[in-house]
Design a protein around this ligand. Structure first.
Ligand code: SAM
Length: 290
């Protein structure tokens, strides 16, 4: 199980935040557990039905309790319709119907360069960025409901109109839901490290994932990544260095810290434990055979 620490609140947060975590007593097992069979971004159809029924590899998350405190529920009910994108599902509560594609210009009511954050957690980075760059559109992809609720609360408090949220498995969103070439930047900050050897197959950034990024990104688009786990940072760098259609956009071993990346509880915890933070940035290029 990856480390999680959503309990710390960065300074400047509203003290009356109704989206504060539910107490352990309020938490319970997921209302819609993922299928017993491990699943990932590539749905598998059965022999008798063309509709996908399973994913064919483990997902990079364990869905925690959907249960929110009453205050969280209230804030969620009032404000989530403004921000949450309706996602047609296929076989699981975090899946995406692969036959449905969304039009970002329609979602945001305008065409603008799109930044997508995968695993946005409580949304601190993306809410900050959406406030600082009203000329861009931002899409947060997250499966952690309390994190989405916090993001909605902060986005609403900031009066943001250029942010939308998707509650779904990110590789599926990038593979089919977003149109090819529609994303200008993808951010993956502190992805779940799955640092135990038997769990590393759950990591999101692994062989096959660059193809998913490549499809969604426009040519010249960027992917920015950061991790406090050295072996995962090395894995991410190895995978992207080897991928067709990506080139490093940094000199030396690691990229400088991206100044649009705000400090989150995950980064703070890594630093407190003496771990080094490593950033990466790659630019999408045409594929070799193009
Ligand atoms: C370690 S947290 C980091 C959150 C945030 N980026 C930060 O720095 O505070 C990783 C987040 O990624 C989310 N996540 C993991 N796999 C995901 C997936 N396949 N699709 C969507 N979200 C995912 C988890 O729910 C979790 O909230």
């Amino acid at each position: 199980m990856p480390e999680r620490d959503e309990s710390q609140q960065p300074t400047g947060e509203p003290t009356t935040d109704p989206t504060a975590e539910a107490t352990p007593a309020q938490q319970e097992s997921p209302a819609h557990p993922e299928p017993a069979q491990p699943v990932d971004g590539t749905p598998r159809a059965s022999e008798t039905s063309p509709k996908p029924r399973f994913r064919d590899a483990p997902v990079s998350f364990v869905r925690r309790s959907h249960r929110m405190s009453d205050a969280q529920e209230k804030a969620w009910e009032e404000n989530s319709p403004l921000y949450l994108v309706e996602v047609p599902r296929s076989f699981a509560s975090t899946s995406v119907d692969p036959e449905v594609e969304v039009d970002p210009a329609e979602l945001f009511g305008r065409a603008a360069p799109l930044t997508v954050e995968i695993g946005s957690g409580q949304g601190h980075a993306i809410v900050h960025a959406a406030s600082a760059h009203p000329e861009r559109n931002f899409l947060a992809i997250e499966v952690y409901r309390a994190g989405l609720a916090r993001t909605v609360f902060n986005a609403h408090s900031a009066g943001l109109t250029n942010l939308r949220l998707v509650d779904a498995n990110a590789p599926e969103v990038l593979s089919t839901f977003l149109p090819a070439g529609s994303v200008d930047e993808v951010w993956i900050f502190f992805p779940d490290p799955w640092h135990k050897k038997r769990h590393t197959k759950r990591r999101m950034v692994k062989e096959g994932f660059p193809e998913v990024l490549h499809r969604a990104l426009s040519d010249g688009g960027r992917v920015r990544l950061a991790s406090d786990w050295e072996d995962y940072a090395l894995q991410m760098r190895g995978v992207l260095d080897a991928a067709d259609g990506f080139e490093r956009e940094f000199d030396g071993e690691w990229a400088p810290r991206f100044d649009g990346r705000v400090m989150t509880a995950f980064e703070r915890k890594g630093l407190e434990k003496g771990r080094e933070i490593r950033d990466l940035v790659y630019r999408r290029t045409p594929l070799a055979q193009d």
